[in-house]
Design a protein around this ligand. Structure first.
Ligand code: NAD
Length: 242
């Protein structure tokens, strides 16, 4: 584990689900901005590989649905976080009439409960020192999408949770926002875009004429966690090329 720099200006950050995909890009963008990053993932090897590429980072192996594991990971971070990105998420596609109960429960557990447990654990540690929390939701949480009923419901719930947390924790100086990515050619969606025809079709539906990237999302998370967004809280910012 690398030593945490103690200068007051260094922001200590935890990014969940950072072992790959959007989370890895977000961890990289925040590390580039000078943060010491806790790269948290339930896949410890993936977290270690990402952390090893960053200038100041520590790998944290934890499942965000397990409150005790989150607490242990935050202890291992070595300092109180000033920024947290609740990015860990899973998808289980299918029409609601056929969605298995275990799949429904899995997305609720990781996407909603995991986000709540992580954000609350971090906010308790931030206390009245304040900080910034960003949840990664989805365009499917803003409007229904085909086969995304279970997933979209969890993301919509996180959108409301973000507003609630912003109201309750604003007096502590904690800002809470969400980023809702649209059609992104990365992470969990990358496999569906290997078909060039489908890729072209989806890109043609986006007014800006292209699919989004993990870096497009990471840049907005970086903005929301920065002092540039010091008066922004309780918002969901769509990153969808529209
Ligand atoms: N990729 C997209 O197109 C897209 C679009 C909209 C929203 N999102 C959201 O962005 C976030 C990241 O998605 P991605 O595409 O990078 O996914 P991904 O599957 O590529 O990566 C997710 C990472 O999270 C980890 N993870 C999953 N559940 C976890 C848990 N309970 N505890 C700790 N780690 C866990 C996985 O091990 C993995 O490393 C998710 O919340 C997802 O819903 C993604």
């Amino acid at each position: 584990m690398r030593r945490v720099r103690t200068r007051a200006t260094v922001r200590v950050t935890v990014v969940t689900g950072a072992g790959q995909g959007l989370g890895a890009a977000i961890a990289g963008a925040l590390a580039d901005a000078g943060h010491h990053v806790g790269v948290l993932d339930r896949d410890g090897d993936a977290a270690r590989q990402v952390a090893a590429r960053l200038p100041s980072a520590v790998a944290l192996c934890a499942d965000t649905t397990d409150e005790a594991a989150i607490e242990a990971a935050l202890d291992a971070l070595g300092a109180t976080p000033t920024v947290a990105v609740c990015n860990a998420g899973i998808v289980r596609f299918g029409p609601l009439l056929e969605l298995a109960e275990r799949d429904w429960r899995a997305v609720v557990d990781v996407n909603l409960t995991g986000t709540f447990l992580t954000a609350r654990a971090v906010a308790r540690r931030m206390g009245d020192r304040g900080g910034s929390i960003v949840a990664v939701t989805s365009m499917n949480g803003v409007a229904p999408g085909p086969n995304a009923g279970g997933y979209g419901a969890t993301k919509a719930a996180v959108g409301l949770l973000v507003e609630q947390m912003a109201i309750e924790w604003g007096p502590l100086g904690i800002r809470v926002n969400a980023v809702a990515p649209g059609l992104i050619d990365a992470g969990m969606s990358a496999p569906i875009y290997t078909d060039p025809e489908f890729r072209e079709l989806r890109a043609s539906k986006v007014p800006l004429g292209r699919l989004g990237t993990a870096d497009d999302v990471a840049a907005v998370v970086r903005f929301l966690t920065s002092d540039e967004a010091a008066y922004v809280s309780g918002q969901t910012l769509l990153v969808d090329g529209e």
